[in-house]
Write a protein that binds this ligand. Structure first.
Ligand code: NAP
Length: 248
């Protein structure tokens, strides 16, 4: 039986790369996405082509009832859960904290922090020995913005990802005896739509040369790290945070 993986934000960018690679490596994959139906359908098609069963669920991770519905859909479609990649995240509108819209800041925290916690909660309730599950692995997608603080652009985003790092450490210890490993992957600057979404379309060109390796990263390079942490090759690794950032 193929293991089942949930990838939030699996329709585009890093999540899509992880979903694609997971299907190629033997997973059935449920992707959660917000509104880009054509992108979700395309990834679902690729999962099917790779031999996996796909499930695409439209949800808003800012809404707790949507998170519940996502996992109920996974229960009905697959009847089991083996892994979660807590990947969906947003940056908000770039700028300084003092100029930022409070509603925007709250929305970023709702999705990146509360949403990620509630998603992890549902996954633990299915995979943990304590709840009758057979174990599993969680990979939280953080960011190296936790190290820089992202001044003048996304301080709220950097802070939200620092929360993800703490969640990773605490939850890893909490469920270590319940058959679940919890790790984080912290990407540096990766070539996806997220930079354009924050009004920073030139960010990739601007920052690339400043990175020690002299270039930004590819989605596949992040996906490799996530798939490693999900795999049995990482069987004694929990609470770790793997930076995929070209030395940044
Ligand atoms: P992206 O290309 O902007 O894709 C975002 C994904 O999240 C899409 O699948 C989108 O769905 C989904 N999504 C957004 N808001 C959502 C919501 N409210 N509910 C459900 N799904 C939602 O992002 P990315 O660059 O791949 O980033 C993925 C993760 O990596 C994020 O956590 C990000 O913070 C982190 N990260 C990225 C970078 C980077 O340089 N790219 C660096 C460090 C960390 P739709 O397609 O339906 O809109």
């Amino acid at each position: 039986m193929r293991p089942v993986l949930v990838v939030t934000g699996g329709s585009r960018g890093i999540g899509a790369g992880i979903a694609r690679m997971a299907a190629a490596r033997g997973f059935d994959v449920a992707i959660a996405h917000l509104k880009n139906l054509p992108a979700a359908e395309e990834i679902a098609g690729e999962i099917r082509k790779a031999g996996g069963r796909p499930l695409a669920v439209q949800v808003d991770l800012a809404k707790p009832e949507d998170i519940k519905r996502l996992f109920e859909a996974v229960d009905s479609a697959f009847g089991r859960l083996d892994g979660l990649v807590n990947n969906a995240g947003i940056v908000g509108d770039a700028g300084k904290l003092a100029d930022a819209d409070p509603v925007m800041i709250k929305h970023v925290v709702d999705i990146n922090v509360t949403g990620a916690m509630l998603v992890a909660r549902e996954a633990v309730r299915r995979m943990s020995f304590r709840f009758g599950g057979h174990g599993g692995a969680i990979v939280n997608i953080s960011s190296t913005a936790t190290l820089t603080g992202a001044p003048d652009t996304y301080t709220w985003y950097a802070a939200s990802k620092a929360a993800i790092d703490s969640l990773t450490v605490g939850l890893a210890k909490e469920v270590a005896k319940e058959g679940i490993r919890v790790n984080a992957v912290s990407p540096g600057i990766i070539d996806t739509d997220i930079h354009r979404s924050g009004g920073q379309a030139d960010r990739i060109e601007r920052i690339g040369p400043q990175i020690p390796m002299g270039r930004i990263g590819r989605v596949e390079e992040v996906a490799e790290a996530a798939l490693f942490l999900l795999s049995e090759a990482a069987s004694y690794i929990t609470g770790a945070n793997l930076h995929v950032a070209g030395g940044r």
